[in-house]
Design a protein around this ligand. Sequence first.
Ligand code: SF4
Length: 276
Amino acid sequence: MGKNKKGHGIEWLNGWLDEDGQVRTPETFNPVWGCSHKSEGCRNCYAEAMALRLRRMGNQPNYEAVITDGRWNGEVVADYAMLEKIRRWKKPRVAFVCSMSDLFHEKVPDAFILAALWAMADNPEHIFILLTKREKRMAEMWRQFTEEVNGCPVPKNIIQGVTVENESQLGRLDHLIRLPVKKLVSVEPMLGPLDLSPWMDQIDWVILGCESGPRARLCEPSWVRPVRDNCVATGTPFFLKQMMIWNKLVKMPILTQNKNSRACKRWAQLPKMGAV
Ligand code: SF4
């Protein structure tokens, strides 16, 4: 997704401030090409469709290697040279890392994941946001990274997230909450009702959105409200990216303040960075 006049196409990358109160440059940063489906949330993978489009346009040779018959083929290309680019960023940025893949994919080498985490930690003026559906590998790689860091403070500029699209993926949170960095839960696409309350005290940010596109699956407003209420109750920032309302996709819709209120607001809360 790119930037437009109204900001970045990924809404939750907009509005981040640096220490001087200036708006950070939003960015998607993709040092890994390719992926494979992991759970139900992957069924209509946006990145796969986009990769196929880019491959057809012929301007992204790396996608040749990772797409076969219009689908991810399970191969990945990990580009060390891309990691070097971070050091050349001038203004403070907020970057969604691997928006088109999963850094913790089985085929991405351990050494590359560690190099990526080091590149992020070594550039604390930027904020990096990671999302995965491979929670066990994530936990293992963070274990290895903290062993390498060995006594140094853990990076405060990285937000690690997991996707929890339905109840059967709630177990991902047990791995997430043990990490020493800021923690994000992405309920996107929301495919069923969820009770996040057992984990809420240890979560720093929740993003939620329904599925979009021609094959979008159902997402009921009655599933959304309890997650919002959990966030309100625990003071956890909540970002409502999109909902299907009367069969129409509404970006950043307004929703009541809480279950007892009729007052409405747009939910676009971001976590405070700094102490973990
Ligand atoms: S993990 Fe993400 S990029 Fe990979 S197949 Fe699933 S939705 Fe697509």
